[in-house]
Ligand binder design. Sequence first.
Ligand code: 26Y
Length: 819
Amino acid sequence: LAAGPVEPPASTVEGFIEAFLRELNYGQGVLLSRSTINDQYLALARTVREYLMAGWLETGALRREGDRKIVGYLSAEYLLGRQLGNALLATNLQDIAEEAMRRCGIDIAALRAQEIEPGLGNGGLGRLAACFVDSLATMDVPCIGYGIRYEYGIFRQTFENGRQVEVPDSWLALGSPWEFPHPERQVRVDFGGHTEKWTDDQGRERTRWVPGWNVLGIPYHHMVPGFRNGTVNTLRLWSAKATQAFDLQIFNSGDYATAVRAQTFAENISKVLYPEDSTPQGKELRLQQQYFFVACSLHDFIANTLPKDFDLRQLPERIIFQLNDTHPVIAIPELMRILVDIKGFDWDEAWDITRRCFAYTCHTLLPEALEVWSVELLGRLLPRHLEIIYQINELFLEEVRQAFPGDEMRARRMSIIAEHPERSVRMAYLATIGSAKVNGVAELQSQLLRDKVLPDFSEYEPAKFTNVTNGVTPRRFIYLANRRLSNLITDTIGSEWVTDLDRLRELEPYADDAGFRAEFAAVKQANKERLFRLLSVRDGLELPQHAMLDVLVKRLHEYKRQTLKLLHIVSLYEDVISGTVAIDQVVPRTFIFGAKAAPGYHLAKEIIFLINSVAATINADERVKGVLSVAFPANYNVTLAEKIIPAADLSEQISLAGKEASGTGNMKFALNGALTIGTDDGANVEIRQLVGDDNFFLFGMTEPEVEALHARGYNPAEYYESNDKLQRTINLIASGHFTDGDRALSAQVVDNLVTQDPFMVLADFQSYLDAQARVDAAYRDPERWTRSAILNVARSGFFSSDRSMRDYLDRIWLSSPVE
Ligand code: 26Y
């Protein structure tokens, strides 16, 4: 029989219908006439899968048989978004599938809407991982994405009386057609217990870990299709399952109920995504999750992906594990444990191998976001790993002392082990010491990473540090999300841009072409109308058709300064109701917010309540009707982003300078023809350099100015006292105007701003208002605005994640894509 796969279904409407009906009847087990929308969705998804399968089988065989270096992307989060549209796009089956469904009497849009997106990530970091694996597949770079199959992803956000309520996200409830479970490839993962010394037959002293309990990891494979190139890489997500041994070893009471409880305990490990962004909490379950997926992944690669007789001294030639932030950093001591304890390598040789197998990406600048684990917890859960970390630290500090004799302070600063406030392991230091390269995610952040976050390390090993500016996949965020713009671009410059985004430059001359501008503006207007139809059905919002769409969507965090946006809105509103500005002088704007707050982040939830309160009041006020509107649709996620971003006129990127590592939403907006109002922060800096100052609204302090103000002593009350407009704005909020007269309901946010204001909202207020006035002026001239919008698209090709991947290849992974 054939060595290769049998033929996929024919890429014709007839072939598609036949495959679909076969999936419906013989896979799903229903007749078309009795099938539900979910049956049809599952059958459609499985049909599209069939077209990808030969490519997947072939790519897998190539990876196993070849000797090319593989990227092992280790990430605790993958914020994938819906899969159906992307799979249809990758296979070029969109039109065929639509027509096939039509002939079956089915509206494909209803089936698309049936898919619950796998929200296996919090925000930027998780979505970045999803963009990166998309680009690697499209560039035919061997990559295995490793992560966790959370049974519940990021919570679903609802509002009750304006307050955020979290609902569990049961994305698997109706079954996911996109995953392939492989229980036969289960991996055992140990925890707890203690270590012992022993002497091997060569008389060497060795250590072994005698674990206390264990769980099984079951891999679930996902296809990661490249864009129409036949490559289908794999995303391998691990799910925790109890073992027999587990029940016997710790819960050996002979009690059935206890044994079942033990099983629940083990399976909790992959139960739910931690819904936190930026502020790690040293929770035991989180460390269990981290070690769980890392141990499964390293074992999977070494035992199952490498050839059986592989010489592990060659490991760095075959794999580079990219650490997506510190979450998977326990992989470094885990590889040391495998090499030293299990494979019998000498420490030095193992360390040399290990350091060449890892590279670390840091996604933050906030000191409070750097993960640390208490020595007590780490030692209890992973006693051998703690010993290894101590050993790494001891040898490293010895080197440091040799390089800087007498500088004991330096050695202490650089220790992986912090002594205060409790003895703990600094994961970013471990990552830096154990990796071949360390990178930040935008130029500014990489610079600050070297200068402020890891200065001793960058002084010690400057060549280790590099930058790779983030990017986003044009397949999902232009082609899929904005079909109208994609068609206009392709009609104008051809279709090569989809995989070569620098080609967007060819649009530049068309910015001066009135006919093209009209078409471009019509696309934007159609996207707005599409969004308003959705928000009407989804959220019951009725929004005016012809207003500037001013959008702030991202996780709710004080440093991102949603309150600054709120102050701007309230100041415009106050101008009108106080009679300072006539309503016909106001440029009509519709403000859209989208943001989830971490469930335990109290102040963030108060800010959400205040935004909803302001929205309700303004939307109900006849004095500003049709001119100022505020929409805060609940549950901002990838699916909603794909509708909002293409409709936006103005992209709000207003973090305090020096706090947002990169941002990636900022790139998506620019690529979809929104103009940015933003601070000199993260990748905004690079966006502005590329699109030009005339096409970007810059405001606010620079990072050095922020530092200087901080050093002088920042007092927000001074700004409140001295700025009349700011005072009137804050007073209106404090008066209870937006909270049915109840001043207490806005007090926490207001007091925080006036007395603490850790992210200097008041200091940047006036500059922000001035920039918004420039926005209004620009928007009053539609031809000028559209010209700028076109130039934003034409000059943002740099922000393709394909370019990011090339940079990782050149600067970090040191291999190149196959021909
Ligand atoms: C430790 C745990 C609580 C934790 C979980 C998630 C910590 C951090 C995160 C997520 C961080 C994150 O999303 N960072 C963002 O990464 C993006 C991709 O590099 C950047 O664009 C963005 O500026 C940064 O905030």
